[in-house]
Write a protein that binds this ligand. Structure first.
Ligand code: IDC
Length: 604
């Protein structure tokens, strides 16, 4: 977050400089000619940081690609200049920023591949770092740092002379960022722990010689070692993140160790004291306490379930109002720093629900890529001080048990990354359907412990039978849940409605159920359950009034710019950079922005 704040300050300075420049020129040569140049925007691209040591053999290649990132920036700026006035409103996005992003992805990927030839292939977050924004006011673009990256020292030769037993060979965890003074001790402890883990694994190899089948070492030693390393590296990231920008140390890539079949001394990981960042004047922060002043997370802190209500850290019952994304795979450009900032600052929303479809081209097609995407978006929302609902969006098939394995891995990864966050809510199954409450509960009983292992205090949302209708769609109701509730703390049950399909009879059940069960409306629509057709704002008003009276949180489907009436943004909005104001919104978008802003009544 500090990084983005300073970027903002820098942008403002460029703008002011550019405006001042115009004023001088206007005074000197009169209106017209010179002002055009001052108004030409420039690109603003995030820094690509290589947080790992680069093997000597790959230094030149990596260096070349870093320099290429600057060439691409220069070329884009030249094109912005030479095409002033060309094309429609989307011209810059389609003809300049889009291709620039593609080039940057390819370049960053080449850097990863190069390093991966002689070391563990790092994840440099190409997806997150490729997109550039526009400095509307012009000015110099921030340049990519091309200082030669740190060289990897070659691993010490295996000492040999041992007992001939295999030893583990783990990649070095390099902390490429400065560690805040307050976190030095914690980071150091964790670095040492990495060594202890290796020593323990080697000891276990020695003490178990001859045990188990061919997979014994993998299953009983290397597997658990990987999990431990993953958690330790994550703890280092989290520690640094408490007082500085949270780094990505590539836990996924650096956790796995291989086997030195020939044995010998294991390459010792670096435990040299990490470099210290200039001390900040801020007191050591609580996790999440660095949320921007006045933001929902800064104001409310860690949530919990108190009776049937959602409570803030002070124990006061609150209602969160927000938006659900559409499928992240369907509208990849609609949830980003710009739209989240509009949600937070222009709509005064409290949360974003990240709808991670499992099927239909979602998570199952690229678990690593989509998990990284979700993790990145959680970080962006966190920087803004928004709460985030991480929605495991099952729909077809409707039995969540079908996706149990994927769910466990997904939540393990996301909670590991955000173990110390106080702003993440986990929704374990969007809309179970064609499955009994028993089946849903069975799934919940297996997934919730995975979440709680890393994130013991998080609020967890459990989908209900019949497309999260509390069972109503299947002719049942809330009583089946009351008879057999999910037996964990801080659980809420989801209820979804689509206002043009679901009316007074369902509202009566929700009013009744709300007295006995903690409910969370993680998704609703102003139209029919198809997500399309005319909006029914009269019914929606009645629903939202009921939710307000009972302090039930809600998120509207959806933060997208498609053709369906559920899309809050007008078509084409997500290709651009402006998400603020009513002008970019559809009828349902204007309605919900107004309801979120005021908590009450009527569109516009
Ligand atoms: C709809 C989308 C639509 C998509 C369909 C299937 O609006 O574009 O083709 O899903 O993926 C839900 C679901 C939600 C639905 C939404 C509207 O949670 O995924 O989105 N809806 O039909 N439950 C009730 C309605």
């Amino acid at each position: 977050m500090y990084r983005s704040r300073s970027r903002f300050t820098r942008d403002r300075r460029w703008q002011i400089a550019a405006v001042a420049g115009v004023a001088v020129v206007v005074a000197g040569v009169g209106l017209g000619v010179a002002s055009a140049d001052a108004a030409v925007p420039t690109v603003n691209c995030p820094q690509v940081k290589i947080g790992v040591a680069v093997p000597a053999q790959q230094q030149a290649d990596v260096q070349r690609n870093l320099e290429l990132l600057n060439t691409q920036i220069t070329e884009a700026n030249a094109r912005l200049k030479s095409t002033v006035g060309q094309g429609g409103p989307q011209f810059i996005q389609n003809a300049i920023l889009g291709p620039l992003k593609d080039k940057r992805i390819a370049t960053i990927n080449r850097i990863e591949t190069a390093i991966g030839r002689n070391a563990a292939k790092p994840d440099l977050n190409a997806e997150g770092l490729a997109p550039c924004t526009l400095n509307q006011g012009g000015g110099a673009s921030p340049q990519q740092n091309t200082a030669p990256p740190a060289t990897a020292t070659s691993a010490p030769a295996a000492a040999g002379g041992g007992d001939g037993l295999p030893t583990v060979d783990c990649p070095d965890v390099t902390i490429g960022v400065a560690v805040p003074a307050q976190q030095q001790a914690d980071v150091q402890r964790n670095l040492e722990l990495l060594q202890t883990q290796i020593a323990e694994a080697n000891a276990r190899i020695r003490s178990t010689v001859g045990q188990g089948g061919p997979q014994f070492i993998q299953n009983a030693i290397l597997g658990p070692l990987k999990d431990k390393r993953f958690a330790t590296i994550n703890r280092i990231e989290t520690a640094i993140g408490r007082n500085a920008a949270k780094p990505d140390l590539n836990a996924e890539g650096l956790a796995p160790c291989t086997l030195n079949e020939a044995g010998g001394a294991t390459a010792e990981p670096t435990t040299a004291a990490p470099t210290t960042a200039a001390p900040t004047t801020e007191a050591p922060a609580q996790p999440g306490a660095d949320a921007p002043a006045g933001s929902p997370v800064e104001v409310n802190g860690q949530l919990s379930v108190c009776g049937v209500q959602l409570c803030n850290e002070a124990g006061t019952a609150i209602q969160l109002r927000g938006m659900s994304s559409h499928g992240l795979q369907f509208f990849p450009n609609c949830v980003n720093a710009g739209s989240l900032s509009a949600l937070r600052n222009d709509w005064k929303a409290d949360f974003i629900r990240l709808s991670m479809y499992v099927q239909e081209g979602g998570l199952e097609t690229d678990p690593t890529g989509f998990t990284n995407k979700v993790n990145g978006l959680v970080d962006q929302a966190t920087e803004l001080g928004l709460y985030v609902v991480v929605d495991f969006h099952i729909l077809t098939p409707g039995d969540p048990n079908v996706n149990l394995g994927l769910a466990k891995t997904f939540f393990q990864n996301v909670t590991a990354k955000h173990a110390d966050n106080n702003n993440v809510i986990y929704e374990i199954a969007n809309e179970p359907n064609g499955v009994s409450w028993d089946g849903i509960k069975n799934y919940a009983d297996q997934v919730i412990p995975v979440i709680r292992a890393n994130s013991p205090d998080s609020v967890v949302l459990v989908g209900t039978r019949g497309f999260s209708s509390l069972g109503l769609t299947d002719g049942s109701d809330e009583k089946e849940i009351l008879a057999d509730p999910v037996d964990f703390k801080n659980i809420m049950y989801t209820f979804h409605f689509y206002a043009a399909s679901h009316g007074a009879d369902r509202r009566a059940v929700v009013a009744r159920a709300a007295k006995e069960l903690p409910l969370f409306v993680s998704e609703f629509g102003t139209q029919t359950f198809t997500g399309d057709g005319n909006n029914d704002f009269t019914s929606t008003d009645a629903w939202l009034d009921l939710l307000k009276a009972n302090k039930i949180s809600y998120g509207m489907w959806s933060l997208s710019d498609g053709r369906e009436t559920n899309s809050a943004f007008k078509q084409g909005t997500c290709a651009g950079t402006n998400f603020n104001g009513a002008g970019v919104l559809t009828e349902s978008g204007r309605y919900i922005r107004s309801r979120i802003l005021t908590g009450v009544g009527n569109p516009n």
